[in-house]
Design a protein around this ligand. Structure first.
Ligand SMILES: NC(=O)c1ccc[n+]([C@@H]2O[C@H](COP(=O)([O-])OP(=O)(O)OC[C@H]3O[C@@H](n4cnc5c(N)ncnc54)[C@H](O)[C@@H]3O)[C@@H](O)[C@H]2O)c1
Ligand SMILES: [Zn+2]
Length: 398
């Protein structure tokens, strides 16, 4: 304790205590595991989830689509192997990543009297996991939270970090918390039912990591993407496993030293500067992964325009999109939206733009200013290169 006036309790003290200061310094130990389970997570003989939960009472929140598709294994598992207090189904979509959904989950926790030592288990894509994670971080000032992602974006991206957010007042991810999960269980068998469009969204997030730090990952995706899409990430099995491991570990390497984002220069923000504005402007009709893909294309075009990387990188990225059916153009990409997205990004990144631009595949850097005429030229270049690629390969853009 530090006295801001002479210590009033000293033997010769004359002053009354009026001002003092207490200092607090503490560390928070964070540790959790992302477990890839070899069997379906809800197979009755799979102990992974039951062992993680133990005897804690659980509130299970499941994407309605997953409840329809996997209810026949999920319901027996949570009834027989967990102490399940309640199970609720929620809509898994960007427009439902809202305060109303978080309110409903917290309401259910209150209704079933979930104990402080209980656990909330989220099963679904990124939108459901974000809502459950936020609810868990708020309920009783924090209740254990287990993630079970069911989309490719969920597996390679959401599962790794410690944050969750909802959209609020037309702003993407405007309200959220940093709250480490109790654990994550990654089960790739969920991908068997994931529609191609959402598999492609996951590939966009994988390409993000490839572009900023792993050129080998980029080659692996390019060589195997059509087969992986066709087989819902089952074949070729070795390539599927290597792609998932490389993408998740690259993400982990970037996030682990900066879990609370005290450093706002983050390579994982590649593709995440213009995409929030695109998603919001589309009324959340444009899926997150597609918005990220478009943002990466524009960012790469800006890098070419600035002379930081060769046009061939832009062409290679485009070719990868054509292989998996990611969009290569969108009418919402215009200088006005791009400019205001940069303003928002600055506000979010403490006053700096920190725009991530590739220098080559596997290597990226940060840029603090981009002139309006560069943006106009980059949008124009992106359109020209896209048109040329489409006339060479046939159109797959949406
Ligand atoms: N918290 C984080 O760190 C983090 C990281 C990345 C992305 N996100 C957020 O995640 C969201 C995107 O998540 P997403 O791409 O998983 O989309 P999503 O949650 O909207 O799911 C996509 C669609 O797939 C359906 N679905 C889910 N699993 C399925 C399955 N196995 N079979 C069939 N259908 C299935 C859903 O019902 C939905 O219709 C965005 O809001 C993004 O901001 C958060
Ligand atoms: Zn993302």
């Amino acid at each position: 304790m530090q006295w801001l006036v002479p210590n009033p309790f000293a033997a010769n003290a004359e002053a009354k205590p009026r001002a003092w200061k207490l200092s607090v310094a503490a560390h928070m130990w964070i540790s959790y595991e992302i477990t890839h389970t070899p069997q379906h997570v809800f197979s009755l003989v799979n102990p992974t989830l039951a062992e993680l939960v133990g005897l804690r009472p659980a509130l299970v929140v499941v994407d309605n689509v997953i409840l329809d598709l996997y209810g026949s294994t999920l319901v027996p598992y949570i009834t027989e192997r967990l102490l399940c207090e309640a199970l609720i189904g929620v809509e898994g979509s960007e427009s439902h990543k809202s305060w109303e959904h978080v309110d409903r989950i917290c309401g259910e926790a209150v209704r079933c009297g979930l104990r402080r030592d209980g656990v909330m288990i989220g099963v679904g894509g990124g939108t459901v996991l974000d809502c459950v994670g936020l609810a868990a971080s708020l309920y009783r000032r924090g209740t254990r939270f287990i993630r079970i992602p069911t989309t490719l974006v969920g597996l390679v991206d959401v599962s790794v970090g410690i944050k969750q957010a909802i959209n609020f007042k037309s702003k993407k991810n405007a309200l959220g918390t940093f709250f480490p999960p109790y654990g994550c269980i990654n089960d790739v068998t969920f991908l068997r039912t994931l529609p191609f469009r959402h598999l492609a969204c996951g590939i966009a997030e994988i390409l993000k990591m490839a572009m900023v730090r792993d050129a080998k990952l980029f080659d692996l995706v390019l060589a195997n993407a059509p087969a992986l899409l066709r087989t819902h990430f089952e074949c070729p099995a070795d390539a599927a496993a290597e792609i998932l491991v490389r993408a998740e570990s690259a993400m982990l390497d970037e996030l682990q030293p900066n879990l609370f984002e005290h450093n706002l220069r983050r390579l994982v923000d590649f593709g995440h500067t213009f995409s929030p504005a695109l998603e919001a402007a589309s009324g959340y009709q444009l899926p997150h992964g597609e918005a990220v893909a478009l943002d990466m294309l524009l960012s790469t075009s800006i890098a070419v325009e600035c002379g930081m990387c060769r046009q061939q990188v832009l062409t290679q990225l485009l070719e990868a999109y054509l292989e998996v059916g990611l969009p290569i153009a969108h009418p919402l990409i215009e200088p006005g939206l791009v400019g205001s997205a940069m303003q928002d990004a600055r506000a979010h990144r403490g006053g700096d733009l920190n725009l991530v631009l590739p220098m080559q595949i596997g290597q990226a850097t940060f840029v603090q200013n981009v002139k309006t005429n560069t943006i106009v030229a980059a949008i124009d270049r992106m359109a020209r290169v896209s048109e040329r690629a489409v006339s060479r390969n046939g159109c797959s853009c949406r």
